[in-house]
Design a protein around this ligand. Sequence first.
Ligand SMILES: Nc1ncnc2c1ncn2[C@@H]1O[C@H](COP(=O)(O)OP(=O)(O)O)[C@@H](O)[C@H]1O
Ligand SMILES: [Mg+2]
Length: 250
Amino acid sequence: MSKIVVAERLRKNFGNVEAVKSVSFHVNSGEIYGFLGPNGAGKTTTLRILTGVLKPTDGKVEVYGMDVFKNPIDVKSIIGVVPDEPKLYENLTGREFLEFVGSVFSMKRVEMNQRVLELSEAFGVNFLSKFIGDYSHGMRQKLMLISVLMRRPKVLFLDEPTVGLDAKSAKILKLLLRKYVDEGVAVFMTTHVLEIAEKMCDRIGIINEGELIAEGTLEELRSYSGRESLEDIFLKLTGGDEIKEIVDSL
Ligand SMILES: Nc1ncnc2c1ncn2[C@@H]1O[C@H](COP(=O)(O)OP(=O)(O)O)[C@@H](O)[C@H]1O
Ligand SMILES: [Mg+2]
C-alpha cells in the first residue's frame, strides 16, 4: 500500500473566512478515502485544492510524488475529477462532449467508444444525442462520470458523487469504484451523508469548520469515540447532539 495523494497542512482563506485550516492526510492506493462533513465544512474547497483548481493559502499537495501546482499537466493526465456541479458546454450533445474529452486526452477512438458503451449501459444512459443544456443534475452527473471513468484515471476525486444519482446508479458507482480500487486506483470522495461514507469508504476523515477532527476506518472511529453508530460519532464531533435532540423530539 503506498501513499498516492498526500496533503500537507493545507490552508485556504477567502477574505477573513478560514475555509480550510491546516488539514493533512493521505490517500493510499487501493482505498476509497471519504471526506465527511456538514455543509460548509470545507470539503469542496479541499477537493479543489487537491485537484489543482484552487491555489491554497498555504500547504502542499502531491499526487504520485508530483506537486500538483508544479506539475499540473502531468498530474491532470492521471487524475479524474467529478465536481459537485460540473461546468459543461450546454450547446454540445453528450456524445460531442465525450468526443471532445477523448481528443483532449488523446484516447483511441475504438477504445473510447467501447468504454462509453459499457459505462452508458451500466448507468442507464440513453441520452447522449441530446443537448447538455437540457440535462437534469443527475444526467449531468452521469455524463461527467462517464467522461472521467472512460479514461481509466489512476486517481479519482469525486465531490458528492451520489447526489442526483438514482439508487441503482449510486449502487453501480459503488461497485465500479470498488472494482477500480481493487485494481490499485486511489479514490478521494466527499460526502455530507453518513450512510454513504459508511457504505462506500475504507477510511473516513471527518471535517468540520475547516478542521480535520477525526480520521480512521469505521472501526477505529468507533473505538475512539466509544460510541456505536457513525451517526452518533459524527453528530458528537460536529457538535450536532443538539440537532439529534431536536429531531428525536419531533
Ligand atoms: N469562492 C469562495 N469565496 C468565498 N468563500 C467561499 C468560497 N468557496 C467556499 N467558500 C466558503 O468556504 C467554506 C467552505 O465551503 P465548501 O468548501 O464549499 O464547503 P462544503 O463543500 O464542505 O460544503 C464556506 O464557509 C463557504 O462559504
Ligand atoms: Mg461541497
